[in-house]
Design a protein around this ligand. Structure first.
Ligand SMILES: Nc1ncnc2c1ncn2[C@@H]1O[C@H](COP(=O)(O)OP(=O)(O)OP(=O)(O)O)[C@@H](O)[C@H]1O
Ligand SMILES: [Mg+2]
Length: 244
């Protein structure tokens, strides 16, 4: 049994069916890349796992227990943490204050908070230099690092990232994704939603492609990177030029 098992999820917004039977797994130490075009249902998938949306049908089990219907904060407490699309850090708080909020569920354990902050600073040295800076004045890449760092403060067993490279230069996004690889190497299961298919497949173990609410392809990342359909739809043209 996988650490996280999603089976046959159907999710509706009103009477529009956004997910039409999504299934996927996440395993400790592995990155599962979730690819797909705009409006395919990638964010909806993550938001349903996080408990922000309720599926009409389907199952989500974590460590063998069903988490469907649990409140989002309970799901975070169990060890699943999401970095939403568009970062959503607190601009008027400092870097360090943002990280403290990420450790909210262990707020009474000051030593634990301190130790986890030290880990985040080790992973993102740039945040350490800027710990007292207001988050709103960080660069785009630094804000993304902070958003990931904040999610790591709860020491998740499953880390879900929704387009961490959005708006970043190819160099910076490569560096953020490299850090995501390091996080996985320490044993965390990662679900990585990415528009940058080339970079995502380069660091992922497995990958799936979602189109209009369904998984149309799934397999190990290296195999998918060679798949003609993936190359045509997600690795062609401008992308190839832009990221070398
Ligand atoms: N709150 C909402 N109300 C109604 N429809 C929604 C809502 N959120 C998303 N949708 C629709 O559900 C579908 C899936 O959206 P979703 O945000 O999951 O796509 P995505 O794969 O993350 O796309 P993108 O790459 O553009 O972020 C889209 O057709 C979208 O318009
Ligand atoms: Mg999205």
């Amino acid at each position: 049994m996988a650490l996280l098992e999603v089976r046959d999820l159907h999710v509706f917004y009103g009477n529009i069916e956004a997910l039409k039977g999504i299934s996927l797994d996440a395993e400790p130490g592995q990155i599962m890349a979730i690819l797909g075009g705009n409006g395919a249902g990638k964010s909806t998938t993550l938001r349903t796992i996080s408990g922000l949306l309720r599926p009409r049908s389907g199952t989500i089990s974590f460590e063998g227990r069903s988490i469907v219907g649990l409140e989002a904060h309970v799901i975070v407490g169990m060890g699943l943490s999401q970095v939403p699309e568009g970062r959503r850090i607190f601009n008027i708080l400092t870097v360090e204050e943002n990280l403290n909020l990420g450790g909210y569920i262990v707020r009474s354990h000051r030593d634990l908070i301190r130790a986890r902050k030290a880990e985040v600073f080790k992973l993102f040295p740039r945040l350490a230099e800027r710990r007292a800076q207001l988050a709103g004045t960080l660069s785009g890449g630094e804000q993304q690092m902070l958003a990931i760092g904040r999610a790591l403060m709860s020491e998740p067993k499953v880390l879900m990232l929704d387009e961490p490279s959005l708006g970043l230069s190819p160099i910076l996004s490569r560096s953020v994704l490299k850090t995501v690889r390091e996080v996985a190497n320490r044993g965390t299961a990662v679900l990585l939603v990415e528009q940058n298919a080339r970079q995502a497949l380069a660091i992922a173990d497995r990958a799936c492609v979602i189109e209009t609410g369904s998984v149309v392809l799934e397999g190990d990342a290296a195999t998918l990177a060679k798949d003609e359909r993936v190359q045509k739809a997600y690795l062609g043209g401008f992308e190839a030029v832009a990221s070398g």
